[in-house]
Ligand binder design. Structure first.
Ligand code: AHR
Length: 554
């Protein structure tokens, strides 16, 4: 073992020097065999909810206008105004849920502006109009002055077309509880029962939409009202307690903490517990973005962001390390929730997650918070989804931010141009986990070594998760290391491998990405794993990669 460790250090040093010298290439020369993944087939953790594969659509930059909505009269192929290429590609990755209309926008939005005849809908100033992050040449348009052409019925049709369950975020800052009840009534009251149900029928939907997921505010500690946890607890109760059910259970989601703000969770749950419990709360929403803060630079969230593409090696690791905090965030907030909700009736919802870089790489100036997306984002997505699987008993929903043209998007779209990002391919590979039973998975791997601000630093060496559906077992493995391929032994305890197939998403350039001009630069390719006579699988995990092993059990 000590020899192997020494070999590892030597190989790590050699690889590291090669990488720093070349600046950006992913070296493949060094391999080690001291990596092992043990899958405990008899230790299920919980079902991987399809809702862990959720998405987020906000009226922000190019998400809705350009990304989703092109209009009924557009030359761009569309279904009732909705971009067809997006519908087709999104269907393929089986969206479990889609959250709308925000984000911060939600707490400024009046749902009534977006219903009824399109020609009569008002134009309103968008919440994001004054953002400091707008590119200088950003034109005016519906992203600044919303035309409301995409409203409740349009969004719910988008959900029907793609198969995602809708998750509507209510405005708690600037509308009343009564407005919220009436939005629920518009969506869910029985056909012909109310004036709002008649208005819904006039928009083409006679039967109720049966929307189950309702967010009660968004980031209520910030853009959603700057409340204290105690003030928000009072508002939360007022908004959610007496909403009509219309024959179904509504799942309310409370506006949870900003990353590691444990006191927001503790004080909110404490206040609800004082008044006798959690009512119809189903989920508690945690937000965690990876800002790519490097040491030596400011920790200010505005100034500290790195570049989406032109990053040094240090920032490759720093970003992934930052995203890997997800595991402790889940554990920490879960423990606090359990102090008050001992049965853990309320689950965690990670309703915004992903990478957030500084402006400058957006594909069009109207795409506020638009950013390029490289193989680094793909590894971030693979590691994060693995984390959700390993906590399938705690996390009931997760929504990557955002769907198209914004932050860690799965898609880029502008006019008639359309492309898939490396993160899309991760979702495509990982879809096989949906609905499976997550299995306890133990990874023994050396930590990845890098240099932070001139000093040695390390991070998780390999990330993995596994799930099973009858005779099908799926294992996903991500390698954040830029230089080390990991020769890995994978042992299934309690099952025998019959067949295995592998798909890998990897790139030889750490900045590899897709664009309108070169949309297929990063794509998954078939890989190879071997079954040894003793039943152990061996697989070399390429550096900087996301991999899926699909196994048929004997
Ligand atoms: O996703 C962009 C913004 O990030 C959302 O509007 C807000 O909820 C969060 O701060």
């Amino acid at each position: 073992m000590s020899l192997k460790r020494r070999d590892f250090l030597n190989a790590a040093l050699t690889g590291g020097v090669a990488l720093l010298a070349s600046g950006r290439s992913v070296a493949r020369q060094s391999r080690l065999a001291d990596v092992r993944i043990d899958v405990l087939v008899a230790e299920p953790i919980g079902k991987i909810a399809p809702e862990l594969y959720g998405h987020f659509v906000e009226h922000l930059g190019g998400v809705v206008y350009d990304g989703i909505w092109v209009g009924e009269n557009s030359k761009i192929p569309n279904i009732n105004g909705i971009r067809k290429a997006l519908v087709d590609a999104l269907q393929r990755v089986k969206p479990g849920v889609i959250r709308w209309p925000g984000g911060c926008f939600a707490d400024s939005y009046n749902w009534r502006d977006g219903i009824g005849a399109k020609k009569d809908r008002p134009r309103r100033t968008n919440f994001w109009v004054d953002s400091w992050e707008w590119p200088k040449d950003a034109p005016d348009g519906p992203w600044k002055y919303d035309t409301n052409q995409f409203g409740t019925d349009d969004f719910l049709r988008f959900c029907q077309l793609t198969g995602g369950q809708p998750y509507l975020a209510a405005n708690l800052r600037s509308l009343t509880a009564r407005d919220f009840y009436e939005w629920v009534e518009y969506c869910n009251s029985p056909a012909g029962s109310t004036t709002l149900a008649e208005m819904r029928a006039a928009a083409g939907q006679r039967e109720p939409y049966k929307v189950r997921y309702w967010g009660v505010g968004n980031e209520s500690w910030g853009c959603g009202g700057n409340f204290t946890p105690e003030e928000y607890a009072q508002e939360y109760r007022r908004f959610s307690e007496w909403v009509p059910r219309y024959g179904m259970e509504l799942a309310f989601i409370g506006s949870g903490p900003n990353g590691g703000d444990l006191s927001w969770s503790r004080r909110f749950f404490g206040r609800l517990a004082e008044r006798g419990g959690f009512g119809r709360m189903w989920g508690w929403a945690l937000h965690h973005y990876s800002w790519n803060v490097s040491s030596g630079r400011t920790n200010d969230w505005r100034q500290g962001k790195g570049d989406a593409v032109n990053y040094p090696v240090e920032e490759w690791y720093e970003l992934l390390n930052e995203s890997d905090k997800m595991e402790s965030l889940i554990n920490d907030h879960w423990a606090i929730m359990g102090e008050f909700d001992r049965q853990h009736r309320v689950k965690l919802v990670v309703d915004e997650w992903g990478a957030w870089f500084k402006p400058g790489s957006e594909l069009h100036p109207s795409h506020l918070l638009g950013q390029q997306s490289t193989i680094r984002d793909a590894v971030l997505a693979g590691m994060t989804l693995d984390t959700f699987h390993r906590h399938a008993d705690k996390v009931a929903m997760a929504n990557i931010a955002q769907l198209v043209n914004c932050l860690q998007a799965l898609f880029f779209a502008h006019e008639d141009k359309f492309a898939l990002t490396p993160t899309y391919h991760v979702f495509d590979l990982y879809t096989a986990h949906q609905g499976g039973e997550s299995l306890r998975t133990m990874v023994s791997a050396p930590r990845s070594a890098y240099t932070r601000n001139g000093k040695p630093a390390t991070m998780r060496g390999l990330s993995a998760s596994a799930s099973r559906k009858e005779k099908q077992l799926v294992i996903t493995v991500s390698n954040p290391d830029l230089t080390q391929a990991r020769d890995t032994e994978i042992a299934l305890h309690g099952a025998t491998v019959k067949e295995v197939s592998v798909m890998s998403l990897a790139a030889s350039d750490m900045r590899a990405h897709n664009s309108f001009e070169n949309p297929r630069a990063v794509e998954p390719k078939a890989g190879r794993a071997t079954v040894r006579p003793d039943g152990v699988l061996t697989f070399t995990v390429p550096p900087a990669s996301v991999n899926r092993l699909q196994i048929t059990l004997a």
